[in-house]
Structures are given as structure tokens and as C-alpha cells.
Design a protein around this ligand. Structure first.
Ligand code: GAP
Length: 593
């Protein structure tokens, strides 16, 4: 990212423009003026997203023995959102501009300085009156007349036609109130005084059923995770798995974001790729293994171990997710933010945000949280359906403990509860009841949750891959060439297939043959128009990592040894090599998967 804000904006504009021009991402409903915070993926964007989705799904479920997949519905019983806490607490604190009613997130108001002016109201020759106190801040360096003009325009905009022309609006009873320094009480755009901060729920409401009354209200899911918790028991009972194991899901999520921004980064409709990885409570690990392994810098995270508690599992998933990002070309633009105890929700034990460098700043790509048994326990309480599992190994190990050993475990937990800095400590009777169930082999599993956003990931790979180089053509004319250096694994088109000349039927026929051979296995693009250099450049611009050119050598015109060979061009190195058609697929497949 450039440290120059203008350069960062320019870079972002180029990316947005490329995405539209080459069919990666379009504004939703563009012909009707758009739809705020909602985006559509064009032909190349759809392929890119599909590749990212497949990479996540294969890495997180298919290639593992301990993770299963789920594809749950977007609409669910609203009781789920009550139990999860989303109905009551999934909100941003918002403040409203007293001048325009425009809302802003309370934590998005930077301190401002200037002079505060107050008016007792406004009126216009149309007879329109506004009997409301108007308090606003002059922007730094703003002339008083420009300020008045701006306030009139804002009032006119808000009042509609009844107020008449902005320049005819009279601001009544002007008073200079104060000079303020570093105030966060004025709207950053309008300068109007802000009201009290109020929670604004981010869930998108809808109605289920034809009557559309308040009784039919439900929500478009704001995260995919809750469906995994709600189906935990069904998956567990139907799949012959043992804890630790995970359930992964990819799907749409919806949030009525107050300020969708930075292209697709913060959207109102987006896709999540979430894993809920269920683990034994640390006490169960201690009973079975005799100890819970402690994490230390350099700890071996390559293979999960039976004595891992939540901390090592959490570190393991941070490591696994980092490896995933390395595998799609984002390894060198990642940073980590370990939430402090003050940042953490009361039920969370740890949470790390994997951040990525975007042109507009270093921002969250994925969150990995250790959420204890909060979610399953909340659904157990609200639904009154047990979310406990039975662990034979635990029961057998617990049966071998003496009463003193059991009491020592209980005392250790009671001390931990007493030392809690957030949330209420569990009462002693509840702790003892919990251990009683644990010693019999029953518990509600704890969870580690790596939660990634697909749209952010797509934007991250495009932004990382975007590069420009200056080229001078044969006539000495300078030209800026865009190359999207996408990792071959995620690139929407893997191979461009080109006959050297389109007016040579033997070259075209051979190129079509090669295209037919490759396209069964790889997304390819056949192009016979324009010069070969222009065709390479078109594919470079959309990130195609390989080009195959069928030339006269292929048809045997330069000797039998080159018959049925093609030129394989590598986008990033510019290297060109001769490859036998019969060996082409075998060479390309490992490079793109
Ligand atoms: N279940 C946990 C959860 O939903 P989150 O941090 O709110 O946690 C997880 O979301 C990920 O989903 C984020 O790291 C981000 O990649 C993606 N995400 C969240 N809100 C988004 C939005 N408005 N637009 C695009 N992606 C979003």
C-alpha cells in the first residue's frame, strides 16, 4: 500500500475500473443507479470466486479426515438469532446528524476543530419554516459565507421541494457559540451536530409466510456459523465422528452495514467460509492425557496431538490458515492482530484477526476465535435440546481418578472462575454439576472458529496481483501495461490458446484441437484475433498464467522433431518453452491446482 492517500485512491480506482472493464465485478443493478453495498461478479469474477471457494473447501474439508461439510439454508427460525445474541447485540452504535438525519457509526467520527454556529430555525419565501435549532461546525478554513451556503443547501436537500431554492432560505438568529478543538460531536461530512449514540441492528429483516406480520419476522443470516451450531447434533449423530472434529460451510451472509465501503470489502451481501472446529474442554483433555500441553513460541503445530487444549488448537488453526493464504499468493501481505482482553467478548478466550494489505489500508481478512462452549450452550438453553456429546474415552479415564484428584480439578476450575475479569463467574454449584457430567463422559464441546470472507479474499488477491509496467512499442510509443499476477491456482483462466495466424487453416485446426484437449480439464480461452503480442497482453491483464501458441513448428514445417510441440509461455517470467502436446496437460495440471 502506498503511504500517499492520493496514490492509494488512484490505485483502488484502477482496480475497480479493471474489474468492470474485464468482467470481474460489476455494480449491482447498475442500469438503475446501483444498489448500495451490493456487487455482482461477472464471468471472470465468478471463476475467480469459484476457484477460491474450491481451494477453501478442499483444504478445509476434503483433504482432512476431521472436517465435514454443511450447506444450510439462509433463512432459519428467528429463535436462533435470539439465542445467539444477534437480536439483542448485533448492532453498531450510530449517531444521527441533526441537520440531515444522516447516520454515522459512532466510532467512525474523527476529532474535528472549528467554530460552532447556532440558528433558531430557517424559513423561505415559499412559506416553508423549520422551527428547529440548527447547530453546526464550520470546517477548518471555511469562510462563514461558504458555511452558510452549505448549510442552506443541506437544509434544502433534506426539506425537498417545499423549501424552494437553497439560496432563498433564510437562516434565523445566527449565534456564534464556541470554538471547539478535537470534538467528536459533529457529522464528518455535513458538520451538523450529532445526537446520542444509539444501537442500530445490522440484521436484514424479512417475513416468512404470506401474512407479513411481526409474528412472521425472520432475518437473512448475518453469518453462516449459527447454522453449523444449530445442526451440530444432526451432523454428529449421522456421521460417526469423534471430538475433535469440525463442520465447514460456505454461503451467503447479509448485514445491513451502515457504511458499506472500499468496493466489495464491506458489502451488505457477501459470502463467508466458516469452520466450527469442536474440541474437548481442557478439563477433559487433562483427565484423558494427564496434562494439557502449553503453547510456547516455536511449538510444533504440524500434527494435532491428543494433549492439545484450546490454546494449541487455536494456534494450530492460525498456522493452517496462514498456510492456506500462502498457497493462494497472499503469504507476504498478511499481518496478525491478537485481540487484547479488553477487545474480547466475555465468552471468547482469544481471537486473532488475520489482516491483509489492501490499497486503502491493512484490514481484516479473517477472524479466528476460540469461543469456548458459548454457542452450543446458548442453543442448548434456548432450545432445551441437549448439545452434549458422550465421550467413552473420557468416562473410562475419569473412572480411574481418585476423589482427591477429582476435587483438585474442581478447585482449579473454581479458582479460574474467581479470577475472571469479564463476565459472571460460574457459581460453585454449577461448576460441581458440570464436573459431575464430565466425569460421566458428557460435555458440550468447545469451539475454534476460523471465519473468512470470500469477497474480501477475492479483492485481496486482485489487489495483490495488480501491477503496471511501462512498455515502449516498436514506434517508440510508451504504453502502460496492466498485468494481474494472480496465483495460477486462483486465476480464472488458466491457459490462453492461440494459433499464431488466423488465416492459416492448419494452425487454426491444430489450435482448436489443443483447446478441446485442455478445456475438459482447465478453464481455457481460445483467441485468434490481433497480433500474438496483443493476445498475450489481453490475457496478462486478466491474470492468465500460461499461454500456448500453435505455430508452424507445431505442424512440422521446421522439421519432424518439433512436430506436435507448442510454445508454452509463462506470464510472470516471460519464459517460453517447447512442450509436446501429449505432455502439455501433465505439465499444466500440477501448476494450477
Ligand atoms: N462467525 C463469525 C463472524 O461472522 P466476522 O468477523 O463478523 O465473524 C468474519 O466475519 C469474516 O466475514 C470477516 O473477517 C470478513 O472477511 C467477512 N465479512 C464480515 N462482514 C463483511 C462485510 N460486510 N462484507 C464483506 N465481508 C465481510
Amino acid at each position: 500500500m502506498s503511504s500517499d492517500p492520493k496514490a492509494s485512491i488512484a490505485q483502488m480506482e484502477k482496480i475497480v475500473s479493471l474489474c468492470k472493464r474485464r468482467g470481474f465485478i460489476f455494480q449491482s443493478s447498475e442500469i438503475y443507479g446501483g444498489c448500495g453495498g451490493v456487487w455482482d461478479y461477472g464471468p471472470l469474477g465468478a471463476e475467480l470466486k469459484r476457484n477460491l471457494r474450491t481451494a477453501w473447501w478442499n483444504t478445509m474439508t476434503r483433504e482432512r479426515e476431521d472436517v465435514l461439510g454443511l450447506d444450510a439454508s439462509i433463512l432459519m427460525n428467528p429463535a436462533i438469532w435470539k439465542a445467539s445474541g444477534h437480536v439483542d447485540t448485533f448492532a453498531d452504535l450510530m449517531r444521527e446528524c441533526s441537520l440531515t438525519n444522516k447516520r454515522v457509526r459512532a466510532d467512525h467520527v474523527d476529532p474535528q476543530s472549528g467554530t460552532v454556529l447556532k440558528y433558531s430555525g430557517a424559513q423561505s419565501p415559499t412559506g416553508w419554516r423549520w422551527d428547529r435549532t440548527i447547530t453546526a461546525l464550520t470546517k477548518s478554513g471555511e469562510h462563514i459565507e461558504s458555511f452558510r451556503k452549505r448549510i442552506r443547501a443541506l437544509i434544502a436537500q433534506n426539506a425537498g421541494e417545499s423549501a424552494g431554492k437553497p439560496e432563498e432560505i433564510e437562516l434565523i438568529g445566527e449565534e456564534k457559540i464556541d470554538a471547539v478543538n478535537g470534538s467528536v460531536d459533529f457529522h464528518p461530512e455535513t458538520g451538523g451536530m450529532l445526537g446520542e449514540a444509539r444501537p442500530f441492528n445490522l440484521m436484514l429483516k424479512t417475513y416468512l409466510g404470506p401474512t407479513a406480520t411481526e409474528d412472521d419476522v425472520t432475518y437473512l443470516r448475518p453469518e453462516t456459523a449459527q447454522a453449523i451450531f444449530a445442526q451440530f447434533k444432526n451432523v454428529f449423530d449421522s456421521s460417526r465422528v469423534k471430538v475433535p472434529f469440525g463442520i465447514g460451510q460456505i454461503g451467503k451472509a447479509f448485514r445491513n452495514e451502515v457504511t458499506p465501503k472500499n468496493f466489495t470489502f464491506r458489502s451488505r451481501e457477501f459470502e463467508q467460509m466458516e469452520l466450527e472446529f469442536f474440541i474437548k474442554p481442557d478439563e477433559a483433555v487433562e483427565i484423558i492425557s494427564g496434562e494439557v500441553a502449553a503453547w510456547h513460541e516455536g511449538a510444533d503445530l504440524s500434527e494435532p496431538q491428543p494433549n492439545w487444549g484450546w490454546e494449541l488448537w487455536h494456534r494450530y488453526w492460525v498456522d493452517q490458515r496462514t498456510k492456506f493464504y500462502q498457497g493462494i499468493g497472499l503469504g507476504d501481505v498478511l499481518e496478525y492482530y491478537w485481540q487484547t482482553p479488553a477487545d474480547l467478548a466475555h465468552y471468547a478466550r482469544a481471537c486473532v484477526d488475520i489482516l491483509c494489505e489492501f490499497p486503502f489500508g491493512t484490514e481484516e481478512l479473517e477472524g479466528i476465535a476460540a469461543r469456548g462452549d458459548f454457542d452450543l450452550s446458548a442453543h442448548q438453553t434456548a432450545s432445551t435440546k441437549s448439545q452434549e456429546i458422550f465421550d467413552e474415552e473420557l468416562k473410562t479415564a475419569a473412572a480411574k481418578l481418585t476423589d482427591e484428584q477429582k476435587e483438585a480439578l474442581i478447585q482449579k476450575r473454581l479458582a479460574a472462575e474467581a479470577a475472571k475479569v469479564k463476565g459472571e463467574p460460574m457459581p460453585e454449584a454449577a461448576v460441581r454439576a458440570w464436573f459431575e457430567r464430565l466425569f460421566k463422559g458428557s460435555y458440550v464441546p468447545h469451539v475454534i472458529e476460523p471465519s473468512a470472507g470470500l469477497d474480501r479474499m477475492a479483492l485481496a488477491v486482485i489487489a495483490k496481483a495488480f501491477s503496471e509496467t511501462e512498455k515502449v512499442d516498436e514506434k517508440g510509443k510508451k504504453e502502460v501495461i496492466t498485468v494481474l499476477r494472480l496465483h495460477p491456482r486462483v486465476a480464472p483462466i488458466k491457459v490462453g490458446v492461440f494459433p499464431l495466424l488466423k488465416n492459416k487453416p492448419e494452425l487454426v485446426a491444430k489450435a482448436r484441437e489443443v483447446y478441446a484437449l485442455l478445456k475438459k480439464h482447465l478453464n481455457c480461452f481460445y483467441d485468434e484475433t490481433a497480433s500474438i503480442g496483443r493476445r498475450y497482453a489481453r490475457q496478462d491483464e486478466v491474470g492468465t498464467p500460461f499461454g500456448v501458441t500453435i505455430d508452424f513448428e507445431t505442424c512440422g514445417e521446421k522439421g519432424p522433431e518439433l512436430l506436435d510441440t507448442v510454445t508454452l509461455r509463462h506470464r510472470d517470467s516471460g519464459e517460453q518453452e517447447r512442450v509436446k502436446i501429449s505432455e502439455l496437460l501433465g505439465k499444466l495440471l500440477p501448476l494450477v491446482s
